[in-house]
Design a protein around this ligand. Structure first.
Ligand SMILES: Nc1ccn([C@@H]2O[C@H](COP(=O)(O)OP(=O)(O)OP(=O)(O)O)[C@@H](O)[C@H]2O)c(=O)n1
Length: 403
């Protein structure tokens, strides 16, 4: 068994010692069997929340009314949830109501997809009541039991299905797909935050293109902010190698560029993205035009900073449908070799400029500083105060007021 699970076995053992059943469940068991990176480890148990809290010295109450307690074990958090069925999720992992049930089997049968409804005991034995193993082997996303029932319990599951197609490169089972095509309207009741979280995972998956195709085939895209009129543009997205992107800002920039969205800022606000993400994407979109026109200049690299420059370069490559690792490395090297990396490193300050140029303080100081920065970054003058001051005197004489 993998170390992540071995570390959590004492939690199951302690629950067992108090007479309760307990198993590993959900995404971590699926990812273990697929040999993927293991995310959060979830445990399902017959113990009720108050019993879980009594057994473990360190717990966090994240939703006792939903049956979930976080147990801190060796400094790591584990979600321990009482066997339950549920309905109508309000937000991530928080159904509006739950009904505790008495067996693991009942609990597993209310879960979304067969591959997510596998359990594992502390000895590594897999418990499969829903043919999840078969679907894992056939690489298939299929709801547990009746798709209509599963989707009416939580409509977000329709988008989750497409997200798993993208992340796992699985196919969507026929009946599951039909049900999504019929029931997609239910997604209009789902909070935008939940939709955004799934959509971002979908965009970042290895088979995002397959999932985007399904988004339009099933009409799910109609319930995503700003996409209703963008079916054709969404199809255009399919020709870009999006899997070469890394950060969430990169996906949103490519999406907005390809969708030809006029007001990117409102578009992203409707998705409730954090302000800092919106700001960065807007800046990327602005700089992309410079980049398409004249490629990287030393000053553009300096102004952008390394982290954003690497993001922009990945975006540029994806939009120009190329993959060029060498260009990325070259950019990194060029950045390291810049004479300065911020204004703080400049050998003169605004005050120095005021001492040299006999004018009243004003906006021009900032303009002069930018000019000096440009000269230094472009390697036209050395970053030492003597040389800069000399250049400033000449520049002032030559350009006078317009400098
Ligand atoms: N709407 C939902 C959300 C979750 N689940 C169940 O709860 C488990 C944990 O959910 P979550 O952490 O959201 O997803 P994971 O499957 O673990 O995937 P990941 O961690 O990659 O997001 C799922 O595997 C599934 O069994 C469900 O049945 N219905």
């Amino acid at each position: 068994m993998k170390a992540e699970f071995v570390e959590a076995i004492p939690i199951i053992e302690q629950l067992n010692e108090h007479g309760h059943e307990a198993y590993f469940v959900g995404g971590s068991v699926r990812d273990l069997l697929l040999n993927r990176k293991i995310g959060d480890i979830d445990i399902a148990t017959s113990a009720k929340p108050d019993e879980i809290q009594k057994i473990f010295p360190k717990t966090i109450d994240v939703g006792v009314q939903h049956g979930t307690v976080i147990v801190l074990h060796n400094g790591k958090p584990y979600e321990v949830t009482t066997f339950r069925t549920e309905g109508e999720y309000e937000e991530y992992r928080r159904p509006k109501y739950v009904r505790f049930v008495s067996s693991l089997q009942e609990d597993l049968k209310r879960r979304d997809f067969t591959i997510n409804a596998l359990a594992m005991d502390k000895n590594g034995r897999i418990l499969d009541y829903v043919n999840g193993m078969e679907d894992l082997e056939n690489r298939m996303i299929r709801t547990v039991g009746d798709p209509y029932e599963r989707f009416s319990e939580d409509a977000l599951r329709m988008l989750r299905a497409l997200r798993f197609v993208s992340q796992l490169s699985f196919r969507l089972e026929e009946k599951t797909m039909q049900a999504i095509t019929v029931w997609h309207k239910l997604l209009q009741n789902i909070s935008i935050e939940r939709i955004t979280a799934e959509f971002e995972k979908l965009l970042a998956g290895a088979s995002a293109n397959d999932a985007i195709q399904l988004l339009t085939l099933t009409n799910v895209y109609q319930h995503m902010p700003g996409l209703k009129q963008k079916k054709e543009q969404l199809h255009k997205l399919l020709s870009y190698p999006m899997h070469n992107l890394c950060e969430r800002e990169e996906y949103w920039t490519v999406l907005l560029f390809v969708l030809e969205t006029d007001d990117g800022e409102s578009f992203m606000r409707n998705w409730k993205l954090p302000r800092r993400v919106i700001k960065k994407v807007c800046r990327h979109l602005e700089l992309l035009n410079c980049l398409f026109e004249k490629d990287w200049t030393a000053f553009l690299l300096y102004k952008t900073g390394l982290e954003d420059a690497l993001q922009l370069e990945r975006i540029r490559q994806v939009l120009q449908k190329e993959k060029n690792e060498e260009a990325i490395q070259k950019l990194q090297k060029s950045y390291e070799q810049l004479p300065i990396h911020s204004r703080k490193e400049l050998a003169v300050t605004g005050n120095d400029i005021l001492n040299i140029v006999p004018k009243k303080p004003g906006k021009w100081v900032e303009e002069y500083l930018t000019l000096v920065e440009q000269q230094v970054v472009n390697g036209l003058i050395e970053n030492n105060s003597g040389e800069i001051k000399e250049w400033l005197k000449n520049c002032n004489q030559k350009l006078g007021e317009s400098c």
